[in-house]
Ligand binder design. Structure first.
Ligand code: NAP
Length: 202
């Protein structure tokens, strides 16, 4: 039987409980054997915005997933130089796991709506499944995706999962820290302590 592996790709600046709940919901719903969290080293579309150092985002992600035997964290994008193109990550993982593994790339619907701007998007979409986490005000733009990639590829490779828990967002958490407001219960206790200790987002 094929190994079904979830790839939770994100900047995780910082990782929050919405990400964790989403990964667990996708794992259950799609019968995944495990989920690999992959913090992006240099998010391709964020060359301009200030992002917390990669090692800090990695460490927070590692602390957050500890305790879930189905979750692991990969440093694959941190060990590669240049922009973190998902297609390169997928190829590397396919080489490592052999083609018996089936990959499910999990990320926010708003990121997936922009898929046509990603590096080698068509090849990427043809080689793995995408799980789009949707929430209020952030729906999957299926019309656009069908126009750009064709209806067959979209219906067979892009799947939607409503995730109301993603009302929590990294943007809001960074804003709260900068305003001195509480982030308790939005991130794990360890991530909260680390953010204050390192003075991130303030
Ligand atoms: P983003 O633009 O920061 O996030 C877009 C939205 O998706 C935000 O609302 C974000 O919420 C949410 N989100 C991000 N990761 C998520 C996840 N794993 N599960 C659920 N929601 C998630 O997107 P990003 O984090 O930089 O990029 C997402 C992934 O797409 C990364 O793996 C990135 O490398 C990949 N990507 C690749 C290319 C390329 O190959 N050229 C281009 C763009 C993106 P939060 O802010 O709360 O996380």
């Amino acid at each position: 039987m094929k190994q079904k592996i979830g790839l939770m790709g994100g900047t995780f600046d910082p990782i929050h409980v919405g990400h964790l709940l989403t990964a667990e919901a996708v794992r259950e719903q799609f019968g995944l054997h495990r989920v690999i969290f992959i913090p992006a080293a240099q998010p391709p579309h964020k060359q301009g915005r200030k992002v917390a150092p990669a090692y800090a985002r990695l460490l927070m992600t590692e602390m957050a997933v500890a305790g879930n035997p189905h979750f692991t964290v990969s440093r694959i994008e941190l060990q590669r130089s240049g922009p973190s193109y998902s297609v390169d990550t997928l190829r590397q993982l396919q080489d490592e796991h052999g083609h018996e593994a089936e990959f499910y790339f999990i990320t926010g619907a708003d990121a997936i709506n922009e898929l046509s701007t990603w590096h080698e998007a068509e090849s990427l979409l043809g080689s793995c499944h995408f799980i789009a986490a949707t929430r209020q005000g952030c729906a999957l733009d299926l019309e656009r995706l069908r126009r750009e990639f064709g209806p067959e590829l979209v219906s067979s490779h892009i799947h939607e999962l409503p995730t109301p828990e993603l009302e929590i967002s990294s943007t809001d958490i960074r804003q709260r820290v900068s305003e001195g407001r509480s982030i308790k219960y939005l991130v794990t206790t360890e991530a909260e302590a680390y953010i204050y200790k390192e003075g991130l987002y303030s």
